[in-house]
Design a protein around this ligand. Structure first.
Ligand SMILES: CC(C)(COP(=O)(O)OP(=O)(O)OC[C@H]1O[C@@H](n2cnc3c(N)ncnc32)[C@H](O)[C@@H]1OP(=O)(O)O)[C@@H](O)C(=O)NCCC(=O)NCCS
Length: 406
């Protein structure tokens, strides 16, 4: 039977069930309230075989931080095609419809976390941020310099965490590229949602806040994966999120996490590439840090995206962008920055550099420089000094980082 790909128009539970089946999972009743609270049915696309959903794609409408600003971004989620219907081009059709709809809506960016890095580049998604994994031996977590705590750490229950965590996150939003704004519903139904099947054998989440004179300026949420053998405790602290509004609180929280008795390891799946922990410990190698892909970013509208961020210097640049999947982006774009204000429009000057739209995405938030991309044979310099000019403009102080998978 012909597969019909169209905007979703049915029961949200059926969509959810079809979506998780693509990940070879069964739906959990405990997840339904969260799904009902956050699902945006009017932005969902489904592939139907008769009246059965066999493919899904949803969107969370995010406000997303880019260098010096905030832009609307489509947070692409629950993308899947049933194992019975794969490799027949359904995802390609879903992506076509979804990116057209995002473009029609005037959203300049789309972002997603990929189950496999090779899936989305063909649709113009590039490596927008990285994430860094940490797998540290606790014994080797000594700081190189003596550490004097700036404040104190205290356990809070979920209700208090719901009150104290969001302002800390929100204080970081304007400072860290790659964050999306969290609504109260998102905090309740995603961040503090803690069903058994999300724990992967570890404990319920613990919540601690860091305080100075009674004012909370950092928090950590973690689990304990319990393990013992005859030689003693072998338990692991599994960090799910740690944020602080200032470096002193951040280091105090690391110290706290590394100093919990009876733990032998500390694991984190996603910390920023430039987290100060690497520079703080005596044995950086023992932190077991490894870089991986974070958010995949799709620049849906090149001109709006270029005009929507801020730049490291004044100047102008012409980029020849190749975009096979979204031909409205394919061509020459001129960016000029004066007095901190960017203007971006279709260009006529000889291009300084040429790249694919995926590579522009990799440079856009500051994850990679154009020089790095040129070294990887992804960006071509067409005018002498073009790459350096592009890097001076796009330079950012901090690595972009998204703390949360969606
Ligand atoms: C990934 C998935 C959605 C692909 O769906 P699909 O309908 O089989 O994909 P299509 O047939 O439209 O393939 C589109 C293109 O992507 C490629 N592709 C599809 N899945 C791929 C994968 N897992 N890895 C690498 N390439 C993949 C296809 O080869 C095809 O390439 P082409 O256009 O050059 O011919 C499907 O395999 C799936 O549901 N996987 C499990 C859930 C999952 O990982 N979802 C993604 C969450 S981020």
């Amino acid at each position: 039977m012909e597969i019909d790909v169209r905007p979703f128009d049915g029961d949200s539970r059926a969509f959810f069930e079809a979506g998780v089946l693509a990940f070879s999972e069964r739906p959990h009743e405990a997840d339904m309230p969260s799904w009902d609270a956050l699902f945006e049915p009017d932005r969902a696309i489904a592939a139907y075989d008769g009246d059965r959903i066999v493919g899904t794609a949803g969107i969370f409408s995010f406000d997303f931080t880019v260098p010096g600003g905030v832009l609307p971004a489509a947070g692409v989620t629950i993308v899947g095609v049933h194992p019975t219907h794969r490799r027949q081009g359904i995802l390609r059709r879903v992506m076509r419809m979804q990116l057209d709809a995002i473009h029609d809506r005037g959203e300049p960016l789309a972002i997603l976390w990929a189950s496999e890095g090779s899936i989305y580049q063909r649709f113009g998604y590039g490596l927008g941020t990285t994430r860094t994994r940490l797998d540290a031996s606790r014994e080797r977590g000594t700081f190189r310099l003596p550490h004097t705590p700036a404040g104190t750490v205290r356990f809070v229950d979920v209700e208090e965490a719901k009150r104290l965590f969001p302002p800390i996150h929100d204080a970081l939003l304007p400072r860290r590229t790659g964050f999306f704004a969290r609504t109260p519903a998102y905090w309740d139904h995603e961040i503090f949602h803690d069903p058994e099947h999300w724990r992967r054998g570890a404990s319920e989440a613990w919540h601690v806040v860091h305080e100075v004179a009674g004012v909370a300026d950092g928090y950590a949420r973690y689990r304990i994966r319990d393990a013992w053998d005859d030689s003693g405790p072998k338990s692991t602290v599994v960090l799910t999120e740690m944020l602080a509004t200032n470096p002193a609180a951040h280091l105090d929280l690391w110290r706290y996490l590394l100093d919990i008795d009876l733990m032998s390891r500390l694991e984190a799946w996603n910390i920023p590439a430039d987290d100060p922990i690497f520079l703080s410990v005596a044995e950086p190698r023992k932190l077991g840090m490894a870089v991986s892909d974070g958010i995949w970013l799709r620049i849906v509208d090149v001109a709006a995206a270029l005009a929507g961020r801020r730049y490291g210097t004044a100047g102008s640049l012409t980029i020849e962008v190749a975009d096979e999947f979204c031909p409205w982006n394919d061509g020459r774009w001129w960016l000029s920055v004066e007095d901190g204000v960017p203007v971006a429009k279709a260009g006529t000057d000889a291009p300084d550099i040429a790249c694919d739209v995926t590579d522009l995405a990799a440079a856009y938030l500051g994850a990679f420089s154009f020089a790095q991309l040129a070294d990887a044979n992804r960006v071509r310099e067409l005018q002498p000094g073009g790459t350096a000019r592009a890097d001076a403009l796009f330079r950012t102080d901090r690595a972009p980082w998204c703390p949360r998978v969606f």
